[in-house]
Write a protein that binds this ligand. Structure first.
Ligand SMILES: O=C(O)CCC(=O)C(=O)O
Length: 275
């Protein structure tokens, strides 16, 4: 195992994120983009709404990304050797749309306890300040969970438009990545992203998240896949790896997982958003 260097791990522990990590080569990143665009063309709507989630269950190419050795080695440095994949989400910002992500903490509504988990944001296109890369508030992961306002704005790519107010942009740090590179962030770091002001799409394939086998889902039921090691806890349901793109079993398995995910996302909320 290569994993994070001591300096990288220190950076993660003090700031709450580490970036960039080289994971996919440019051809592999292009393969993922092509897969996304094939699905969008051949199965219109299949990656929209709640179905932007659990996409590693509908395509062997997406599944392969979650098992990438460079990502898993880095993840292992943070959460240990027994690793499960508990979800994936596409965060796509098209150039002529107004998509953004309000400042939030992932741990607020997701029900994963304890916080022995980490989120991997895989750049499928370059991500930079012009096209609305993520921005992290360094050190905020050391603070308690904050109050989030639920705004449900039309262009917010988060489920409830959950927002930590009064985050000073100047104090945040941009996560600039080349296609194929990855950033890892902590469950309680405050982060978000602005508009895509470029002429191309900004695509993030997000493994949210890699969890240690000791992490339970305290709100609902969750479908996982083994990435590495041993699961002595058996807290979760296991789903099968996809063998074909958008096959009947694959889509059924994604639907089942997303039905449960939706209950988790909107637990206690009077309103349901579009994802
Ligand atoms: O893609 C983005 O801009 C934000 C994604 C995000 O909030 C996350 O991966 O936790």
């Amino acid at each position: 195992m290569t994993g994070l260097t001591t300096e990288q791990l220190d950076h993660y522990n003090s700031k709450g994120y580490i970036s960039p990590i080289n994971a996919l080569n440019s051809l592999e990143a292009k393969e993922v983009r092509d897969e996304i665009e094939k699905i969008e063309k051949d199965w219109p709507g299949a990656l929209e709404g709640i179905n932007r989630n659990y996409i590693h269950l509908i395509s062997p190419i997406f599944n392969k990304v979650c098992l990438n050795k460079n990502i898993l080695d880095a993840v292992e440095s943070i959460i240990g050797k027994n690793i499960l994949i508990c979800g994936t989400t596409l965060f796509i910002k098209n150039p002529n749309e107004k998509g953004f992500v309000s400042f939030h903490q992932d741990a607020k509504y997701i029900g994963l306890e304890p916080h022995n988990w980490v989120t991997a944001w895989v750049a499928i296109t370059d991500a930079n300040e012009k096209n609305g890369c993520m921005r992290m508030l360094p050190g905020s992961h050391k603070e308690d969970l904050k109050s989030h306002e639920q705004k449900f704005d039309e262009n917010n790519l988060l489920t409830r438009g959950q927002t930590v107010k009064n985050v000073s942009l100047e104090k945040t740090e941009p996560i600039v990545l080349k296609a194929g590179q990855v950033s890892l962030h902590h469950p309680t770091i405050v982060h978000g992203s602005g508009l895509n002001n470029s002429n191309d799409r900004r695509i993030g394939f997000v493994i949210q998240s890699y969890i240690g086998t000791n992490v339970n889902q305290v709100i609902g039921k969750m479908y996982v896949q083994k990435a590495r090691g041993e699961d002595k806890f058996n807290y979760h349901q296991y789903s099968k790896k996809p063998t074909e793109l958008m096959g009947k079993n694959e889509v059924t398995s994604q639907n089942k997982a997303n039905e449960e995910l939706s209950k988790i996302f909107y637990s206690g909320s009077k309103k349901i958003g579009k994802f």
